[in-house]
Design a protein around this ligand. Structure first.
Ligand code: N01
Length: 485
């Protein structure tokens, strides 16, 4: 397994439960947590409710609030890992540098950053869809002489109090960071290329009574989880295909601007000019008030270049800064792990996907890459619900695949090319009608050809149903070799 976030940890636990104890989880970072370890910026918190953003098999009665802060999610994952008894099969601080399928031996040969090599009949990649920070290609960025770091690589040593700070980006990360920086910066410049839609964060801290109920009456926690799940499923997926249904959300977002910002010019600057939902809908009660503060400027002029001392915009203005926070997102449609995984013909996933765009069967398996399972693979992302639900659906599919291989004496399983093609044709057909395609925005959901290869266009319930059982008929297989007598 590659990665020790929700995906890799979940896979370890599920394999262990079914008696498949001979596995190794390789994690490049120094501990459990994946994205919830890497993203430790001030204000980091989940924008999916805590009850849903946790494993169904490991409920947590101790969440402090309806949306959990990052340190609580990281601590939750560490605790679940410790209690699972699987930690002895995790190796931290080493990265996978190459994983090549050996079609003669019918196994994966995996090379690690410490130059060691291991072999595995099955490779589960849970390297994360949002794990590799994307730096903007802005002239002069490497010349900046002050403190500079990406939101996902927060420099906790940096002294920010009383400093002149700039944040580039106004996505989900930036809108959590900006209110925190505003409190301590002498001046904060927020460089906005495209305004996000931001609705209120309907959050509350759990009371002692609620926590007592979650701890002692498991049904209460289960009911809360189910209610949140269905609340999201019945409304949000529908409006990706029928944007008019988004009218109430749009009104909520506009009201959020009016409540948070009094100045009409600033209101106009931060009001998006594309359909709500086209980019990820963000949630915050503190972002707009922070932008309206005296020490904050929202800069919408295009960035021309970065100098050793500041940022120059297209109109020639230079704003001097001490600290530059780059909140410009991640490599999403060209996942870095794809450069290291080589299939039956020796080509990397990245090369195979370079022409066709990233694609997989059921977001999990790829033709030409036997016994490879990708957790949070192509078209499994969500804008409205919990990725943990998707991950658990994939875990059910993968464990059933391994069970099927054991029972059927199969050495390899690989999705048929035509089955994978049909799956993706259907997905892309559905995509054309969604707000992600028709909403008039550019987003990280789309690849360079404008294809949405990141999101799941239907309800998560449908995804779960489709991955409930491993469908061996969709696969070409080879039997385990038997000795010649
Ligand atoms: O990254 P983003 P993120 N010059 O790609 C701007 C998840 N997440 O880290 O919109 C100037 O969304 C870019 O502008 P534009 C969540 O899935 C979850 O914020 O492309 N600006 C945009 O404003 C989320 O969607 C939580 O015009 C440039 C920003 O940088 C995903 O992570 C919390 C630029 C990038 O926004 C990524 O969010 C945080 C340039 N050259 C994140 N290049 C939860 O709460 C880019 N930008 C669960």
């Amino acid at each position: 397994m590659i990665g020790a976030g929700f995906g890799g940890l979940g896979a370890a636990i599920k394999l262990d439960e079914m008696g498949e104890r001979d596995f190794l989880v390789i994690e490049k970072d120094d501990g459990i947590g994946g994205t919830w370890r890497a993203n430790s910026y001030p204000g980091a918190a989940c924008d999916v409710p805590s009850q849903l953003y946790s494993f169904s098999f490991a409920p947590n009665p101790d969440w402090s609030a309806s949306f959990s802060p990052q340190p609580e999610i990281e601590a939750y994952l560490v605790r679940v890992a410790e209690e699972s008894g699987t930690l002895d099969r995790f190796r931290f601080g080493v990265a996978v540098t190459d994983a090549a399928w050996d079609d003669t031996a019918k196994h994966w040969r995996v090379t690690l950053s410490d130059d060691s090599t291991i072999t595995a009949t099955t490779l589960i990649s849970a390297a994360g869809g949002l794990s590799e920070p994307k730096l903007p290609e802005i002239e002069g960025i490497t010349e900046f002489a002050g403190t500079i770091f990406h939101s996902a690589r927060w420099n906790h040593e940096a002294d920010l109090a009383g400093k002149r700070i700039a944040v580039i980006g106004t996505g989900a990360s930036a809108i959590q960071i900006v209110p925190q920086l505003q409190k301590q910066a002498a001046r904060l410049d927020v460089y906005q290329r495209t305004a996000p839609w931001v609705i209120p964060r309907n959050e509350h801290r759990y009371t002692a009574v609620e926590k007592f109920a979650f701890r002692n009456l498991p049904l209460v926690q289960k009911a809360s989880r189910t209610a949140i799940y269905w609340g999201r499923e019945t409304y949000v997926p529908a409006f990706t295909a029928m944007p008019k249904l988004a009218f109430p959300a749009k009104q909520m977002a506009l009201l959020n601007i009016r409540r948070g910002i009094k100045d009409p010019a600033l209101r106009a600057k931060v009001t998006p000019d594309y359909e709500i939902g086209c980019k990820r809908i963000l949630i915050s009660n503190t972002y707009y008030p922070a932008l309206a503060s005296d020490n904050v400027d929202v800069v919408t002029d295009r960035i021309a270049r970065i100098t050793p001392t500041g940022i120059v915009t297209a109109d020639g203005t230079e704003r001097e800064i001490d600290v530059l926070v780059v909140a410009t997102g991640f490599h999403t449609t060209e996942q870095p792990i794809a450069q290291h995984v080589r299939g039956r013909d020796g080509d990397t996933l990245a090369k195979v996907w370079a022409t066709s765009g990233q694609s997989a069967y059921k977001g999990t398996t790829v033709h030409g890459f036997p016994n490879l399972f990708e957790i949070v693979g192509p078209n499994t992302g969500l804008g409205h619900s919990s990725m943990v639900f998707i991950i658990e659906s994939q875990l059910a599919y993968i464990t059933d695949a391994i069970r099927t291989m054991r029972r059927g004496g199969l050495a390899t399983v690989e999705p048929k090319a035509e089955v994978q093609q049909a799956w993706n044709d259907d997905l892309q057909h559905r995509m054309k009608r969604t707000v992600w395609s028709t909403g008039g925005c550019a987003s990280w959901y789309l690849d360079e050809h404008g294809r949405n290869t990141t999101l799941w266009p239907r309800s998560t319930f449908v995804f779960r149903q489709l991955l409930r059982r491993f469908d061996a008929d969709a696969y070409q297989t080879t039997p385990v070799a038997t000795p010649i007598k």
